[in-house]
Design a protein around this ligand. Structure first.
Ligand SMILES: Cc1cc2nc3c(=O)[nH]c(=O)nc-3n(C[C@H](O)[C@H](O)[C@H](O)COP(=O)(O)OP(=O)(O)OC[C@H]3O[C@@H](n4cnc5c(N)ncnc54)[C@H](O)[C@@H]3O)c2cc1C
Length: 409
């Protein structure tokens, strides 16, 4: 007998587990499958923005995560010319005024277990390798598990496979030339002088790109770098150069030890070009390119798209309708409505801001108006309208002549 469910969610990262959780709390029979066994790691910077924390709060996870992982209340930016500026995480009504650093080894299993507590079933070590849609509209999945291929059947499938593109290609939802960025990270222990701040480095790295140090405890950190452009050198080489040459990283890592290898992974950033649904299928999270093109942050958008998908699927199922492009149109409208303009403007902001003179200006001593800096940070966190990155007040702060302006070096 083929095992049957109302919905099968493929991929138990933030997008898949959020979808499964928000489906399960509606009483929907949902199976969450992942090719890995859990807990499992995922190459990431582990930084959670206030907007991501807002969804984790709705899932009932925030209090526990806040009590057991690293809270970050301050942000420190290092300009290409060495200047640095420190500010607090911007406050926005309805959102926490802090970020968290939660290693994915901890975050993803917490989310997957929360979906199971809410009523979802879970199967690990199950890679979905093929998909067929039946004449009655239901879907048949071929799943490789413990060396055997077996079939699972459902009214519809949610694809939440992140930057792994095989299944998206199989179902015909991958653009001909997907746009990718790359990033690399490593964990360190015995790191000096890290407090409760996230650090961002814009020097000693090819632009557009940046490095980071996100503390995972008072003495351990996730250190990494990402290239935000389409053309980029090897992320591993970029990582090694950054760590070897950036004065601040050299200082805090002087007595530190790397734990485990440097790992790199691609990021999909083609949200505006990706079809999001097809008959029997809805795709969420990074599988539809939902990664912020200005920062490389994707966890928040994975969670939010999962929540929207679950709401729309709940409406389709309760109306007794099949999963057709027409019944799923509301999902496409809602994700486009929330993210399209945001991501287009973030792409423009990346083009405008990621060059040495402008970065030196924004994070330099002469960017006198702290309000403008906070606006830019709020925009990059997705907390404020991205149009504000192009407001006359911010643009004037960048272009106004000042004594001692630190241009490119
Ligand atoms: C180095 C690096 C640093 C980053 N730093 C940050 C950061 O600090 N903050 C942030 O918000 N974002 C960050 N990101 C982006 C973030 O990691 C992703 O955007 C996010 O994980 C996307 O979530 P997702 O659920 O869509 O996909 P994923 O988290 O990638 O989950 C996909 C899941 O699908 C499973 N899967 C894949 N194919 C199949 C299949 N055929 N069958 C079954 N299961 C399958 C995988 O095993 C995986 O568990 C970073 C990315 C990189 C590479």
């Amino acid at each position: 007998m083929t095992e049957q469910h109302e919905v099968i969610v493929v991929g138990a990262g933030p997008a898949g587990s959020a979808t499964a959780y928000f489906l399960a709390i509606q009483g929907i029979d949902v199976l969450l499958v992942d090719k890995s066994d859990f807990p499992r790691d995922k190459t990431c910077g582990d930084g959670l923005t206030p907007r991501a924390l807002h969804i984790l709060d709705q899932m009932g996870l925030l209090d526990d995560l806040k009590a057991t992982t690293q809270v970050a209340e301050m942000l420190r930016f290092f300009a290409p010319n060495g200047n640095q500026v420190e500010t607090s995480v911007p406050t926005t009504r309805g959102l926490p005024a802090y970020g968290l650093v939660v290693p994915r080894l901890i975050l993803d299993v917490a989310m997957q277990q929360r979906a199971v507590q809410a009523g979802a079933k879970f199967q690990g070590q199950s890679a979905v390798v093929d998909f067929v849609q039946e004449v009655d509209g239901s879907v048949n999945l071929r799943v490789r598990h413990a060396g055997r291929v077996r079939e699972l059947r459902a009214r519809g499938m949610v694809i939440a496979t992140g930057a792994a593109m095989k299944l998206m290609q199989t179902v015909g939802l991958l653009p001909a030339r997907p746009s990718l960025m790359v990033a690399a990270r490593a964990y360190y222990e015995n790191v000096a002088d890290i407090d409760r701040q996230l650090e961002f480095y814009f020097g000693h790295i090819s632009l557009p790109g940046y490095g980071w140090m996100f503390p995972t405890s008072p003495t351990t950190a996730n250190v990494g770098m990402g290239y935000l452009g389409r053309v980029h050198p090897s992320p591993r080489v970029g990582f090694e150069r950054l760590v070897a040459n950036h004065p601040r990283l050299r200082q805090i890592l002087a007595g530190a030890d790397m734990i485990g290898p440097i790992r790199s992974y691609p990021l999909r950033v083609d949200f505006h070009r990706v079809p999001k649904v097809r008959p029997g299928v809805v795709a969420v999270g990074e599988a539809i390119g939902l990664v912020n093109p200005l920062t490389g942050e994707g966890i928040d958008y994975a969670l939010e798209s999962g929540q929207i998908a679950a709401e729309v699927i709940g409406e389709v199922l309760s109306s007794g309708l099949s999963w057709t492009p027409a019944t799923l149109r509301k999902y496409v409208r809602r994700v486009n409505g929330r993210f399209h303009k945001l991501f287009v403007l973030m792409t423009w902001a990346r083009r405008l801001y990621f060059n040495r003179p402008v970065l030196n200006r924004i994070y330099g001593r002469n960017f006198g108006n702290k309000g403008a800096l906070e606006t830019l940070i709020s925009v990059s966190f997705g907390n404020a309208s991205p149009a504000l990155a192009f407001s006359p007040r911010v643009i004037w702060e960048i272009i106004r002549p000042t004594r001692g302006f630190q241009g490119s070096r």
